[in-house]
Ligand binder design. Sequence first.
Ligand code: ZN
Length: 302
Amino acid sequence: MIVALAFSLVACGESGGDKASGNADSQTIKIAYLPITHSLAVLEEVKELQAEDGIQIELVKYGSWPELLDALNTNRVDGASVLIELAMKSKQEGIGLKAVALGHKDGNVLIVSNDIDKVEDLKGKTFAIPHRQSSHNILLNDALAKGGLTVDDINITELAPTEMPSALASGTIDGYCVAEPFGAMGVSLGAGKVLYSSEELWEDSLCCGLVLTDQFIEEHPDETKQFVEGYKKAGANLNKEKAKEVAKEYLNQTDEVLDISLQWISYDNLDITKETYDTLVEKVKAYGLSDTPPSYEEFVLQ
Ligand code: ZN
């Protein structure tokens, strides 16, 4: 109980400076996020909506996916920018939520130590992913398949994203795949290099999704529409310069790390299409993340 309380205090204390406007009629929507480049579209939307009279966003920052997920699954927030597989798992377990948009397009890399030249060299090595329920796990499986390997040929460890670059530098792990900019950080440190980018392994890959709770969607249908439209517009506005500007404000990363990382990602057209979602579902089943992921109709807000 004490630990849980401490987490929630930290989360509240760290929420961004993004309060509702003085207008008592405006609706505030509480969105959980991690300080990663994959959540920049919602951070940009906060800035854009601040200048408007309607819906306002209160950001709640978390330090890890389990903490963020706990807040989402217990309705302490109205929505989140979250790994889509984690949200699918929550949905499968009966949590009322829907995905309303993608977090980003592409934007993941497999980082390996400098002595690894091809995926076959990973045999018997240790590779880190943030969570079993992640596109990073899927991308690892896709990469191994290219070399005729499976996850049984390597050691997989789950690490917090922030720990991965230093774990690679110290030789504790031999590679990792995780939300950005932590891949770019490994490159910037000289600890490793890019073995594959996500689009080389999985065209139109899905990774993060923007999700809202069913409760918010049902109680605030107009605000939901306004929020989702504003989000997609904010994503479309995120060219490289703007993305870097927002990232510098929220992510506390160096210019070099952001310049490396932002080459790999884009934020335009964040609709979740049935075709790309169905490909994700196939991979989730094939690689053993889940036998019964939710269907497109169940999971994605129509
Ligand atoms: Zn992502």
